[in-house]
Design a protein around this ligand. Structure first.
Ligand SMILES: [Ca+2]
Length: 502
């Protein structure tokens, strides 16, 4: 997964500030003397340029500049054990960028930190309070659940800002959050709960309806676990995908192999039903039911809120588990350890209507990030860029579109939020990247322009490449606009498109 690509390594030299000795500032080696309210600095290290060599993929970091590496352990509760690293580059751009995690986290993300450091940022990442993937750690540890849900990120942010100020002699001029998937969920939690933490937030493919996603993934896994005949082979998925594209490609206004408006794609897999007993370029009735289930939405009977399914166009990313293996595993662990508190709970015990509501209730707004009140964040001047691939097979794009709509409804309509919060849906993009469509863009650069120079993104340049060769450029548009072909010139050149309402 690459969140930052293309021109990502270009450091804006004009803003780089070389660290000087400032009265009262602590040298890297002296930072262990710094007291933190909820934790301790456990290790500091002045790392030379190219000197960071972690045991995993050490060669990936050879081009990193010199930085001060700080490790800390935070404990806002008696049961907390939150590991954090903060890196402050010697040539600092004066800003802070915190980076997010994936799935149930459990590790500090060096690759994402390296991206931020290479651009001159001070950067931090946390294991969110536990080591390793899965959610077995949650059993009997409600405070650790809170740490994972939102507290680790917030505490990391406070501690990081304090240490940066102590080390450099001044507070970061701007603070940013950058995350996708679980990191997108963390992003939304910060915007909702701690409006003062960040000036700008990037929320990629946010798993903000964490429990709804878990229920949908487990619902499909339960069906397929007891029904091998319902599984779709790679050939079946390709057949289905071709049929979806044939049905919906042109209806977005341009026949280009991409479904840019899948919300308005009307497709029923039943058109592929085999005639008689012959199986050739067709699906059986039970396979058609699988496809319908994967696309289907559910409704939480307690809250009446809809829970999204995957959208037409995502078929090539499906697995024989229905959604992805990660979605199945994360969903299973959610019900085992966070809903029922029973390590022996089995997917066959799952009842969609009952347990969808039960999971959301049990969460008590800890992992879910569904609160539509972004008013405090917006009033403070915060800027939020959210993005999501329309072909995401892991977290339904409906997480993003539904939430955006709910925020607009709560705050008085799209015009009220457009100056602070924009959603960009990427046609044909998978989970945080990948896929056949527009999957390469530089959200950090776009957010910097918005926060630091007041230049709001009316469109975002995006591209798709194969083997490093760019084949297509196209703007991403603020939802609900889509990129509309002007009618002349190459359909692979973004200059020939304009963002327009549907
Ligand atoms: Ca199209």
């Amino acid at each position: 997964m690459r969140l930052i690509v293309g021109a990502s390594c270009a450091v804006v030299l004009a803003t780089v500030t070389h660290l000087r000795a400032v009265d009262g500032a602590l040298a890297c080696a002296d930072l262990t003397k710094l007291a933190l309210p909820h934790g301790t600095i456990t290790q500091v290290e002045a790392v030379a340029a190219g000197g960071f060599k972690p045991s995993e993929r050490p060669n990936d970091y050879r081009s990193l500049p010199a930085f001060c590496r700080v490790a800390m352990t935070l404990a806002p509760s008696a049961d907390s054990d939150i590991k954090v690293e903060l890196w402050v580059p010697t040539s600092w751009n004066g800003k802070f960028q915190a980076v997010g995690n994936g799935a149930f986290s459990g590790s500090i993300s060096y690759p994402a930190m390296a991206n931020a450091l290479a651009r001159g940022y001070a950067t931090s990442s946390t294991d969110t309070g536990h080591a390793g993937g899965g959610a077995g750690w949650a059993l009997g540890h409600p405070e650790k659940v809170v740490d994972f849900g939102w507290r680790a990120v917030h505490e990391m942010t406070l501690a990081s800002k304090k240490i940066i100020a102590s080390h450099t002699g001044r507070a970061p001029a701007f603070a940013y959050w950058n995350g996708c998937s679980a990191g997108g969920r963390q992003a939304m939690k910060e915007a909702q709960r701690f409006p003062d933490d960040f000036n700008g937030i990037i929320a990629g493919a946010p798993g903000l309806d964490w429990t709804g996603r878990a229920a949908q993934a487990v619902r499909i896994a339960k069906t397929l676990d007891s029904n091998d005949a319902g599984r779709l082979s790679d050939n079946d998925k390709q057949l289905l995908h071709r049929a979806v594209v044939a049905a919906c490609d042109a209806s977005d206004g341009l026949k280009d192999g991409l479904i840019s408006d899948p919300e308005h794609c009307r497709f029923d897999p039943g058109v592929l039903q085999c005639a008689g007993s012959t199986r050739s370029d067709c699906l059986t009735a039970t396979q058609i039911e699988t496809a319908r289930l994967i696309y289907s939405r559910g409704v939480n009977r307690a809250t009446k809120r809809e829970v999204g399914g995957l959208l037409p166009g995502s078929e090539l990313g499906w697995t024989d588990l229905g959604w992805t293996a990660s979605a199945r595993a994360t969903g299973l662990d959610q019900f085992r350890f966070l809903v029922f508190g029973d390590a022996a709970w089995d997917i066959q015990q799952f009842d969609f209507d009952r347990d969808l509501a039960r999971a959301e209730e049990a969460d008590r707004d800890t992992l879910n990030a569904l609160d539509p009140n972004l008013k405090p964040f917006i009033d403070r001047g915060g800027k939020l860029i959210q993005f999501h691939g329309w072909a995401d097979p892991q977290i339904s794009p409906a997480n993003s579109t539904q939430y955006y709509t709910r925020v607009a409804d709560a705050l008085g309509g799209t015009p009220k939020i457009h100056g602070s919060y924009r959603l960009f849906m990427a046609p044909g993009m998978g989970h945080c990247g990948g896929g056949e469509g527009l999957n390469t863009f530089d959200m950090v650069a776009v957010l910097e322009q918005w926060v630091e120079h007041g230049k709001a993104p009316d469109q975002i340049p995006a591209s798709h490449a194969t083997n490093g060769v760019v084949e297509r450029t196209r703007p991403l548009c603020p939802y609900p606009q889509i990129a509309s072909y002007k009618g002349t010139g190459s359909i692979d050149d973004g200059a020939n498109f304009v963002c327009r309402g549907r």
